[in-house]
Design a protein around this ligand. Structure first.
Ligand SMILES: Cc1cc2nc3c(=O)[nH]c(=O)nc-3n(C[C@H](O)[C@H](O)[C@H](O)COP(=O)(O)O)c2cc1C
Length: 329
């Protein structure tokens, strides 16, 4: 019953599910995968504004997209208003539907440059960045925040107010502090407080592991959409389950054949995008995500380290799928 379209500025999402940006993971082939599983909005991994403005080839490659994944959000990080504005223009010119700014990353290298969650404790810089970027582009603009630098202040409320006043179209919140990193738990009450404070849409994020969690987050916080990160890495069909649950239906039965079908598609897309050799090296560590917790997964992980060709990767999945089918009898 709770399912419905959601709007971020001029962009309409088919349902209220969003894939979290994950550095090193949410590349184009991965985004196509979750899109196929029903996720309404995918996001690039965080991209350096400096890298875009100074023309770094590898950084620009992160903007590559495919019509099938749209609408696409692209996330940038940085702290210099002029550079962020120029990077935003580049992103918009390359066809992104939404620009997102990273206010949440707590990795030391990012913090040292005043970017990511360092912006949470510097509202003046944050305001200058948001104003400059807002003036530079017409596509919807969003930010992804944490609750603050630490527990001592009211950083999220302050930044959110600044952001809304600057004309930002939605805010995603991962309710942990920067100093907390990924420890403890995500305090969903902070998402509720943010939702009550703002008139723009709020996207809730943090510790969703199953469809029931997503439904509970929406009920408890009133957030407009849910954003899923780690739990979707090896389980793209989680989006399908969340959508069914939010629509009031019973979640579809676990469909392993569909899951393995998506894995094969992921392999094919990764090979097509990165080239066979590079793709196979990446797939050695990525394919095991999809079999975590299943019977014989340690054997799969071991065999995956030897993948050298597309055919070998597919054969490995086929063999494993057969083993699961036999185990399920
Ligand atoms: C490996 C990894 C990479 C991440 N990369 C990014 C990123 O590029 N940009 C960002 O805003 N958040 C990033 N995050 C944070 C996630 O987007 C998300 O906020 C966090 O994982 C909490 O959601 P979850 O509990 O559903 O995983 C990353 C998290 C992980 C685990």
């Amino acid at each position: 019953m709770e399912i419905g379209q959601m709007k971020i500025g001029s962009i309409t999402l088919d349902n209220p599910t969003v894939m979290a940006p994950l550095a090193g993971i949410t590349n184009l082939p991965f985004r196509l995968l979750v899109k196929e599983a029903g996720c309404a909005l995918v996001c690039s991994e965080m991209i350096s504004a400096n890298g875009l403005v100074y023309g770094a080839k590898k950084t620009h490659a992160l903007l590559n997209s495919d019509p099938k994944e749209r609408p696409l959000a692209v996330q940038i990080f940085g702290s210099d208003p002029a550079i962020m504005a120029e990077a935003a223009r580049i992103v918009a010119q390359r066809g992104a539907d939404i620009l997102d700014i990273n206010f949440g990353c707590s990795v030391r290298k990012i913090l040292k440059s005043g970017s990511g969650s360092a912006l949470m404790r510097n509202p003046d810089t944050a305001g200058a960045v948001l104003k400059a970027v807002r003036a530079a582009i017409t596509i919807p603009l969003t930010i992804k925040i944490r609750t603050g630098w630490d527990n001592s202040g009211d950083d999220a409320a302050l930044i959110a107010r600044v952001a809304q006043d600057c004309g930002i179209n939605a805010i995603a919140m991962h309710p942990r502090t920067a100093t907390q990193g990924f420890g403890g738990y995500a305090d969903w009450r902070q998402i509720k407080a943010l939702k009550q404070q703002l008139t723009i849409p709020v996207i809730g994020n943090g510790d969703i592991t199953c469809a029931a969690d997503a439904q509970r987050m929406m009920r408890e916080t009133g957030c407009d959409a849910v954003m899923v990160g780690r739990a979707a890495i090896g389980n793209p069909l989680l989006f399908e389950a969340i959508i069914a649950r939010l629509a009031g239906g019973s979640p579809p039965a676990v469909d392993l054949q569909k899951h393995f079908g998506l894995m094969r598609r992921y392999v094919a897309d990764t090979v097509a995008y990165f080239g066979e050799l590079h793709a196979c090296r990446m797939l050695r560590s990525r394919l095991p995500w999809f079999v975590k917790g299943m019977r014989h997964s340690s054997r799969f992980r071991k065999d995956a380290t030897r993948i050298e060709t597309h055919a070998q990767a597919t054969a490995l999945i086929d063999r494993f799928a057969q083993l699961q089918a036999v185990a399920g009898l």
